[in-house]
Design a protein around this ligand. Structure first.
Ligand SMILES: Nc1ncnc2c1ncn2[C@@H]1O[C@H](COP(=O)(O)OP(=O)(O)OP(=O)(O)O)[C@@H](O)[C@H]1O
Ligand SMILES: [Mg+2]
Length: 401
């Protein structure tokens, strides 16, 4: 089972390259499902076939589906929804409808993730090719399982204890329904489990890899570099960089100037992403829409003979590591391409919070490290290392920057 995600700045060719990759896989006899987490349903446009919320086989071996967040509400969700609706109505907001609730920030992403997980777990397909929304949304999406899981684990048990105490008081005040009832907590606990499962699937480099699509322009490359760092921070493996819309060399001055500028940018891409497979896709004479044009794109990306696997598993070292060093432990996390000044790490109780630029990850410390003090930390340009030393006194809550 493989899951391949395509992301990159808006308009760089994510949908086109994801569709071409899925077609190539199907043509090689790999049962493939192509889906999009992007609310803008452009898969149907790229493939030039109508799609629905149910996976449909559009060409032998290739299924495609347009995720429909609205339809993904299950019973458990209805209860969580009910809780939010109550909370909002107590805040003086008019009761809201289920449709409006799907507009809650992050909820659509959660539902998309759960849908990807459910489709992967059916076992009906060998490979899932996921056409993601532009970078910022995709990073939010990929950070969500761990962040929300963390929140549910840390905050809700405390709130729940609190709720047990205050429900009688709230009832006296005639506000008992403002305190979440147990079924809501049960639903949230189940959600936490499901998110952990999503995370297990997506952060496993043997299953999931991310492909960065870019065009050879300085602004686009800068964003791709930041994305690469953020993906490493969250623990996702990048296995390919696709440079799209590369101009062919030409005779006239205008084309020559562009071709030269792109050549310089492509060299910068090769330099930035050294060690990662890079493919180029030329600027075609028309929009690659429909199976025939997308197959030509796949030929250019993966070679005309369907010999090589377009989605091989690239062995990637475990991204987050804890190594023993004498009596100390060293927690290390690769953060490729990060600006040293932008990397921050702080211990907060049993967690280490790592921030790079705008991206943040809360790493829950394994038991062995909780009873240690942080005695040092450094970022050497590629890897963040935090040194822990066993505490003779046992663990103490502390904050080290
Ligand atoms: N190599 C190419 N040559 C010519 N046209 C291309 C090429 N790659 C993509 N296109 C066209 O550029 C447009 C944008 O491509 P695409 O929809 O794949 O980008 P995207 O990254 O998915 O965009 P969005 O961020 O809006 O989802 C489409 O009209 C597509 O057909
Ligand atoms: Mg798209």
């Amino acid at each position: 089972m493989r899951i391949v995600l395509f992301t990159g700045k808006g308009g760089v060719g994510k949908t086109t390259t994801a569709s071409a990759t899925a077609l190539r896989l199907a043509d090689r006899g790999v049962k493939t499902l192509l889906l999009s987490t992007d609310a803008a349903h452009s898969l149907a446009d790229a493939l030039d076939v109508p799609l629905t919320g149910e996976p449909a086989e559009i060409t032998p071996g290739l299924w495609a589906v347009q995720l429909d967040a609205q339809r993904r509400f299950e019973d458990a969700w209805q209860q969580v929804q009910g809780y939010f609706a109550e909370l909002l109505s107590h805040g003086g907001v008019d009761p809201i409808t289920a449709d409006e609730l799907t507009l809650l920030p992050g909820l659509e992403e959660v539902l998309a993730l759960l849908a990807v997980r459910d489709l992967a777990r059916t076992g009906d397909w060998d490979t899932l090719v996921v056409d993601c929304a532009p970078t910022a949304e995709t990073l939010r999406l990929l950070a969500l399982p761990e962040a929300l899981g963390w929140y549910l684990q840390k905050v809700f048990p405390a709130q729940r204890r609190l709720a047990r105490g205050i429900r009688p008081i709230a009832a006296l005040l005639g506000r008992g329904d403002a305190v979440p009832a147990d079924p809501v907590f049960a639903a949230l606990a189940r959600l936490a489990d499901e998110l952990a499962d999503v995370r297990g699937l997506l952060a496993d480099p043997a299953t999931t890899s991310v492909r960065l699509v870019l065009t050879p322009e300085a602004v686009v490359i800068a964003e791709a570099r930041r994305t690469f760092t953020a993906l490493a921070l969250y623990g996702y493996a990048v296995d390919m960089v696709i440079a799209n819309r590369v101009f062919p060399a030409g005779e006239d001055a205008w084309r020559q100037a562009w071709a030269d500028a792109q050549r310089r940018q492509l060299a910068a891409v090769r330099d930035s992403f050294a060690g990662i497979a890079m493919r180029e896709l030329g600027y075609r004479t028309g929009e690659p829409v429909g199976a025939q044009a997308l197959r030509a794109v796949a030929d250019e990306l993966y070679g005309e003979l369907p010999g090589a696997d377009p989605v091989p598993v690239v062995a990637t070292a475990q991204l987050l590591r804890v190594d023993a060093d004498g009596a100390d432990f060293v927690l290390s996390l690769p953060l490729p391409l990060a600006e040293p000044g932008a990397v921050e790490a702080a211990r907060v109780g049993d967690d280490v919070v790592v921030t790079v630029g705008g991206a943040r990850r809360v790493i829950t410390l394994p038991n062995a490290l909780r009873r240690c003090s942080v005695v040092g930390g450094e970022f050497d340009g590629t890897r963040l290392q935090v040194r822990f030393r066993p505490d003779p006194e046992g663990g103490t809550a502390q904050r080290d920057e």
